[in-house]
Design a protein around this ligand. Sequence first.
Ligand SMILES: Nc1ncnc2c1ncn2[C@@H]1O[C@H](COP(=O)(O)OP(=O)(O)OP(=O)(O)O)[C@@H](O)[C@H]1O
Ligand SMILES: [Mg+2]
Length: 443
Amino acid sequence: MTRAISLHHVSKTYTRGVRVVDRLSLDIAPGEFLVLLGPSGCGKSTVLRMIAGLEEITEGELRLDGEYANDLLPAERRMAMVFQNFALYPNMTSRGNIGFPLRIEAPDEDPRARVDATARMLGIEDVLDRYPAQLSGGERQRVAMGRAISRHPSAFLMDEPLSNLDAKLRNHLRAEIAGLTRELGVTTVYVTHDQAEAMSLGDRVAVLRGGVLQQVGTPRSVYALPRNVFVAAFIGTPRINLLRGLVRAPLDGAMTISLGKQYLRLPEPLSLDHQLLRVQQGREVIVGLRSEAVRIAKRTSARPGEMPITGLVEHVEFQGHEVLVHFDTGSRPALVPDLEAPRAAPRQPRRRRRDGTVLDRLRERAVSLRAGPVVVLEDPPDPAPAPADARLPGDLVVRTTPDIDLRRGMQVPLLVDISHLFVFDQHGERICPSPDRLPDLDE
Ligand SMILES: Nc1ncnc2c1ncn2[C@@H]1O[C@H](COP(=O)(O)OP(=O)(O)OP(=O)(O)O)[C@@H](O)[C@H]1O
Ligand SMILES: [Mg+2]
């Protein structure tokens, strides 16, 4: 019995009228694995808790299998929630913990068979008689999962269930969760701020920023056709390069986008998407280049659709199977406020320091982020001096193979694959490829 979960214009206001979730609409199909993805404080847990019935819905409608469900008690929803800081009962063995919800639900039945079956599924048969203190982190996490799934819930709600585990265990359990929920075919809503986790787990990913849904789609479609710079920058590693450019579209010449002192010439005849850029003539735009859209020219010449620029090597990051090269191309990066490293954040005004508590300042900052623009094109009025360790070397990161020997200070010819070019307008909305472009239907 798995459920369709649908949210229609759902909002949540705590105190002082701040909407932490703002008119969220989402339709989650029975058996679907949906990931809610976004930075800290964007409202992910709040959404999950509203679905679970642990938090009241301020406005809007929650429907379960089409039935109005705003007022159902949590128990009536038959959902299982796995929290980030899952708590096991320390005085119960794994068997006791997994069987606990079963004993509450049906006190007269022996939960033994269900507990054994659940433990087998999770590979923890050997630790059923141990107490939580005698388990490793991963085993504890699996017992917590076992407790959530033992009573065959109609949906799983998971709130960053892996975030306090080490990377290796996280990867391992990630694969297990994906396998398990698909095997059980139970609708799952999974919250994370880790885009790699979202991309590897989700049938679809819903990206939230400041309580507002930015985009929902398959991992492939949000990567390939991000609606705005926020989604583009949040998804994918290394992060997409976002450079400030200026569109020049003379009537009698080639259309170009200048990036500082260099420029990209758009190949003729202009593609339909590039023709759309004509109306941006003379305007500042944001050029988005994923690392796979740029390559080091070596001795090969440009392929059709590739345009040359040059970059000065600032930093070479060795990653084993690949190398990330940070280039300075002389262009200026565009900033995405919610995602920037400390270096990029403009200095906060000082005047309230004396009377405001730290909490007040954090709250103010959270509100200003929520209301703020997706992208900042103005130079910060009073840029804070960059702490040496927070400096972003260069403005363009290119991925390459480890056999290429590059050192700091080298001038290197680069080729930009224009067919992989993203262009966003001054507000951060995607204008190229055309916003009307839909992901391929065969996904
Ligand atoms: N009980 C509450 N009262 C007032 N504000 C709250 C309350 N709970 C959460 N908030 C605020 O609502 C916003 C969203 O919180 P939420 O916990 O949903 O974020 P999140 O996306 O889960 O973040 P994280 O990734 O850090 O867990 C935050 O700004 C938070 O401070
Ligand atoms: Mg949370």
